[in-house]
Design a protein around this ligand. Structure first.
Ligand code: NAP
Length: 650
């Protein structure tokens, strides 16, 4: 008889004593625990009784329950968990779909509408299945599959994911990665303090365990190690060429094949043949350097934040950091205690969002719960996913009836957000009107990437050895920075934390499609793709994290990648099953999608006239980088390929 396979999310059976369990319960998220108790007992009263969370706020894990209520919940749970242990960790039948929806609503502190339930059921995978796994490999003849090699460009989170699915599909594939290892952003960005700003238990593959994270917002080394481990575990490493860059790809219409030209570190070029090309190059990968006169004159070390030079010891040195967005915001507090002086040249103040868990280690008890308590880690994932899913996207929409002439808010709700953020900032700044003025953003709240505030940024700015300069830079000299008011700042090191070429999708590769059309020429300043994935004139080319798919409203890009790869593999499946050689989105489907996309995004805060110098905007001030869709909307749009959106070529 086959051994029954335990649902991987049902928790590893345990024999720990009561004291160990009681200690663990001190560390857990009580609302999440209550959901696990429903699984353990089959009794819905855990979420219907007194243990009600008062509200849900992104990255707040306790539902604002007071200490007494949490203590009563722990006391009630302990003997029941002990009995579960004594009974061999046997679970009663699974909760009904209706009860699962009620559990979602309990955690969300609001009714989770029917339309969202399929997404979250699939994403939580409570049945232990990987809903995105490819199941059709055996239904396609081996010789057919052998004739459809795939080149994936990039081995960050999305390229690695593509590799996992292609392997499951039994298609031959090669991943070309310009860096020396997997991880993309998490390989390149090794600056001091680099960490993810989306909760780690959500910012990871849905089909991989998430009980190992040591911090709620992991730092770069742990993320890089995660991608290395997944690469090996899924056997994708042997399909990957590191230190190799794709420089061009050209489509041959007669053969329905791509020629992909690569160049390795020593300059050797080679050509790969492919039926499909999946671009997984990310959008924030090529550093943007400012164009400041004299940059080459500086005699000390200077480098971009995403090319941090770890051979340079900044301890005891005078450091200039030019630019302070998401990267600079993490660098400054990390290096400030060690440098002699840190001078931060910030053009625009940033909005921040309170997050006390930002630098918090996952305590042992919470890790124990993630590992052993049934479905606890899945519900914890839901707790971080739901508030960042863009369900309340309307808060980002410009209210046409609101007086926005001062450029400080776009709606009443946005004004309240501004006031709330400002009260948090002012509370931290204290009695320093000059600093308060410098750190007060002059554009609507959330208009750029909103940063995570656990107090570390403003604490750093208040240090005696840190200066925040908001005056423009005139030039760089051999010894430092000169601002437009003539002030000189002599420094030993310059770090350019000036962001990335976000609008230059697939740059600097030359991608040539049907009839010799060059992708960057077709796009100009307005890169578009059907669903952000496929492009007219470029058969069998797919993008992950392509135009219009970055997320400014929250959510995890890894989730978005899972949506995109399911769609791409669905398209490939249709092509193979239909005996076709190529597919391409119709111009009509592409145009209709992008009209809707532009119509939506142009009404959102990120496109508002008052938000200037934003990497989300192109040279004309329009937004072609971001998704305007709530996450469930994009999930639905990409869940299945609509045949009518494509032309299939024989
Ligand atoms: P960024 O947000 O684009 O910030 C760049 C900074 O450089 C801004 O302060 C910008 O000022 C300044 N700057 C740019 N050009 C300049 C110039 N010519 N002169 C003076 N200042 C200039 O770049 P980033 O901080 O690297 O972040 C980029 C994106 O990467 C983020 O939006 C986020 O999506 C992602 N990221 C995420 C994390 C994370 O998850 N923890 C960490 C880092 C980055 P203005 O604001 O005035 O343009």
């Amino acid at each position: 008889m086959p051994l029954e396979v335990r649902n991987p999310h049902a928790g590893i059976p345990f024999t720990d004593d009561d004291a160990t369990i009681a200690a663990a319960l001190e560390d857990v998220s009580i609302p999440t625990l209550m959901c696990s108790m429903v699984h353990i007992t089959g009794d819905p009263s855990w979420i219907r009784g007194e243990f009600q969370p008062a509200g849900l706020f992104l990255n707040e894990y306790q539902g604002f329950m007071d200490e007494e209520l949490k203590a009563r919940a722990r006391a009630a749970a302990l003997p029941v968990i002990a009995a579960f242990r004594d009974g061999g960790c046997e679970l009663p039948p699974d909760p009904s779909p209706a009860l699962l929806q009620e559990m979602m609503s309990y955690l969300a502190c609001e009714p989770v509408a029917d339309e969202y339930v399929p997404l979250f059921l699939e994403e939580l995978g409570l049945d232990g299945r990987d809903a995105g796994a490819i199941t059709w490999a055996d239904e396609i003849a081996d010789d057919v599959k052998a004739d459809f090699p795939v080149v994936v460009i990039g081995c960050g989170e999305s390229g690695l994911l593509a590799g996992i699915r292609l392997k499951e599909a039994g298609l031959p594939f090669t991943i070309i990665e310009k860096s020396g290892g997997p991880g993309g952003t998490w390989y390149d960005n090794r600056y001091p303090g680099a960490r993810v700003d989306v909760g780690s238990h959500f910012y990871c593959y849905s089909f991989e365990p998430s009980d190992h994270w040591t911090e709620y917002f992991s730092q770069q080394p742990e993320l890089q190690a995660y991608f290395e481990r997944v690469l090996e575990q899924y056997g994708v490493a042997e399909h990957t060429r590191f230190n190799t860059e794709v420089i061009a790809a050209t489509y041959d219409e007669d053969e329905a094949r791509w020629s992909v030209v690569t160049r390795d570190r020593d300059g050797t070029e080679s050509t790969l043949d492919a039926r499909f090309v999946i671009s997984a190059v990310g959008a924030l990968n090529y550093p943007h350097y400012p164009d400041i006169p004299g940059m080459d004159d500086f005699e000390g070390p200077s480098f971009h934040s995403a090319r941090w030079d770890h051979d340079v010891d900044y301890a005891g040195k005078r450091v200039a950091m030019i630019g302070a967005g998401a990267s600079g915001f993490q660098i400054a507090p990390t290096i400030a205690p060690d440098v002699e002086r840190l001078t931060i040249f910030q053009r625009t103040a940033q909005w921040m969002f309170p997050n006390p868990n930002y630098h918090r280690t996952v305590p042992d008890g919470d890790k124990w719960a993630m590992r052993h308590l049934p479905f606890y880690n899945r519900w914890f994932r839901f707790l971080t996913f739901w508030p960042g899913a863009g369900i309340d996207m309307e808060r980002s929409r410009v209210d046409p009836d609101f007086d926005d002439s001062d450029g400080l808010a776009i709606s009443e709700q946005n004004l309240s957000t501004r006031n709330f953020f400002m009260s948090m900032i002012a509370g931290q700044v204290g009695d320093d009107p000059e600093l308060l003025e410098k750190v007060t953003p002059n554009y609507p709240a959330t208009g750029k990437r909103t940063l995570q505030d656990n107090g570390s940024w403003l604490e750093a700015l208040k240090r005696d050895n840190v200066d925040l300069v908001r005056t423009g830079i005139e030039r760089i000299t051999e010894s430092g920075v000169v601002t437009t008011d003539g002030q000189r700042y002599d420094v030993d090191i310059i770090c350019y934390a000036t962001g990335f070429r976000h609008n230059d999708f697939l740059w600097p590769m030359t991608i040539t499609g049907r009839d010799g059309v060059v992708l960057n020429e077709q796009w100009g300043e307005e890169p578009t793709a059907h669903l952000g994935i496929s492009i007219p004139n470029f058969p069998n080319l797919f993008c992950m994290y392509g135009p219009g798919t970055n997320l400014a409203h929250g959510g995890s890009l890894i989730f978005h990648s899972e949506c995109q790869i399911r769609y791409i593999m669905g398209a490939i499946e249709q092509l193979l099953r239909g005996g076709h050689r190529a597919l391409e989105p119709t111009q009509a489907a592409h145009d209709a999608y992008n009209e809707r996309h532009q119509s939506e995004i142009s009404q959102m805060v990120w496109a508002h006239w008052s938000v200037t110098d934003s990497h989300y905007k192109n040279a004309n001030g329009a937004v072609y980088t971001l998704s305007p869709w709530p996450i469930p909307t994009y999930w639905r749009m990409t869940h299945q390929v609509d045949r009518d959106d494509y032309v299939f070529w024989p």
